[in-house]
Design a protein around this ligand. Sequence first.
Ligand SMILES: NC(=O)c1ccc[n+]([C@@H]2O[C@H](COP(=O)([O-])OP(=O)(O)OC[C@H]3O[C@@H](n4cnc5c(N)ncnc54)[C@H](O)[C@@H]3O)[C@@H](O)[C@H]2O)c1
Length: 315
Amino acid sequence: MATIAVLDHDAVLRAVSAAEAIARVREGLLRHHAGAWVMPPKVYLDSPPYGDFRAMPARGDGLALLKWITSFPGNPSHGRPTVTGVVCLSDATSGEPLMLLDARSVTALRTGAVAAVATQALARADARTVGIIGCGLHGAWTARCLAAAGYGPGVCHDPRAEAAQALAAELGWRAGTRAQALGAEVVSCITPGAEPVIDVEDVRAGLHLNMLGADGPGKAEATAAAVAACVLFCDEWEQASHGGELTRAVSAGLVSRERVGELGAVLAGEAPGRPGPEAVTLFDSTGLAIQDLAVAGAALAAWRAGRVTAQSVVL
Ligand SMILES: NC(=O)c1ccc[n+]([C@@H]2O[C@H](COP(=O)([O-])OP(=O)(O)OC[C@H]3O[C@@H](n4cnc5c(N)ncnc54)[C@H](O)[C@@H]3O)[C@@H](O)[C@H]2O)c1
């Protein structure tokens, strides 16, 4: 019988700070680019008409991970979260399960963290101000991670004014309109991706855009013309071209593989980053299992070091 440590939502967030998540995700992107961390494509299991399940495996640094997570867009109207699930972390040398973790908190931390990593790599060196478009769960963690990386102040925009105001109050930023959020030097979009929130006239010289909401087929937060007007980067080309912000522009023949840099290659210095201060850079995040591995590995290390207490289950 195996005894497995279990970290619930709050324990994951106690175990891994935003600053550590940023450092670990950056390292995970580099290791994946170097081929040391591996990640088969994620598997989608539709559950019509409610949403879909995703199975996301990754292996690296002696650990193997499977995240089993949902996107059920109608859930908030029933008082339930859009995204929910479980992460299983195993020993990659013996196959034994080591830890179960709440997938919502792992996902929120790694999603916010990659926005900060992309911003550090791709935004103008003097960029500080932040616009957040979409202040739900992942918008809030994007804002927290950007703040932890030294960005801000920011403008938080959401049709749910209370969500924008609560996030702004937490960070000492302010709530505002979409246009005010778009006036920032770093703009992050984390809406459900049902309709574009960025059009071509919003693409202003020097801007850096993090597009995080479109993480599956059929979703987009920018028009294809707006995407095509930017210098483009993504977390992983296969995912981004088939189920990300780039997909529509790729399908329309406006964007090809050669135009898009992967963030890991940019971090490794093997692909060009921002071409100059006037360029508009766009990072398409679809969400990678190696990001989950980076955060879950940090949580395991925190538990082993006694910095966080876990529950346990005996199988
Ligand atoms: N890229 C990734 O790695 C990644 C990870 C997790 C989730 N996601 C995706 O991010 C999106 C948001 O997820 P969430 O869990 O934060 O959802 P959520 O429901 O908690 O938040 C979405 C927010 O967007 C707001 N919104 C809706 N339309 C808007 C508009 N036109 N302008 C501004 N705000 C608007 C909503 O009011 C809500 O507050 C989903 O599509 C989800 O699948 C991506």
